[in-house]
Write a protein that binds this ligand. Structure first.
Ligand code: ZN
Length: 232
């Protein structure tokens, strides 16, 4: 299996990786996790790379409800994987999508489940505009390119742009539920396979995922949920 060492290069979805590697020689980019200097052409410093590479998937399943049959997650919020996701989403560092795709791949392999179809939880349109990419969709695209060429990525739902606030800004569970009610709409004429996987990077109260699954439910029999981080 691929190790993090083979992934941890600036050859991911960033544009012009050679130019970046060249610039790194003169203007080194600090490691996004600890701010230490990294070697040229690499994202993470050797010690963060090692800490992440040694991280194993959580050997337990979360509780599903409704059509969510299984809830697989890799780690919890005090893990270096959460720091990696934050760097990817909030710096943002698009090139870390390959690193995160590796962890999703390891999670799927760990549970030995067959995942022929996977859906990204649609990102908030304002976040896509601010980052220039959809955090969930890009990880799945990189999963397909680097690890699972046989997987089919489906994107059957539209996320409406409303004046609702980013979920991360709300702490109260009831408020989070209200905030996402009615924000998803299935594209016209959508037909889906009976079993699909749904992917999100960070799961907090599960309000967004639950609302998404509510919209998807009439079209499928079973949903397998894959998450990188489950917050407590
Ligand atoms: Zn580091």
């Amino acid at each position: 299996m691929d190790t993090l060492t083979s992934i941890n290069t600036r050859k991911g979805p960033e544009e012009r990786p050679l130019l970046k590697a060249f610039l790194d020689l003169f203007f080194p980019n600090p490691c996004p996790l600890c701010n230490e200097r990294t070697s040229a052409g690499r994202y993470l410093c050797p010690s963060c790379e090692k800490a992440l590479d040694e991280l194993l998937p959580a050997p337990v399943l979360g509780k599903g409800s409704g059509k969510v049959a299984r809830l697989h997650y890799y780690s919890v919020e005090d893990s270096p994987l959460y720091e990696l996701i934050k760097a990817y989403k909030y710096l943002p560092r698009k090139g870390l999508a390959d690193h995160l795709a590796l962890f999703l791949y390891r999670l799927i392999v760990f549970w030995r489940v067959s995942v022929p179809f996977i859906i990204p939880l649609p990102a908030h349109p304002a976040s896509i505009r601010a980052r220039g990419f959809s955090n969930t969709r890009l990880i799945l695209d990189r999963l397909k390119v680097r690890f699972m060429p046989e997987i089919t990525i489906l994107d059957p739902v539209v996320r409406r742009e409303w004046s609702y606030r980013p979920q991360a800004s709300l702490i109260d569970e009831a408020k989070r539920k209200d905030n996402v009610r009615g924000v998803f709409r299935v594209k016209k004429g959508t037909i889906l396979p009976e079993r699909v996987a749904l992917f999100d990077d960070v799961y907090t109260t599960g309000a967004t995922v639950a609302e998404y699954c509510r919209v998807l439910a009439p079209l499928v029999k079973e949903i397998d949920l894959f998450l990188l981080i489950r917050r407590k």
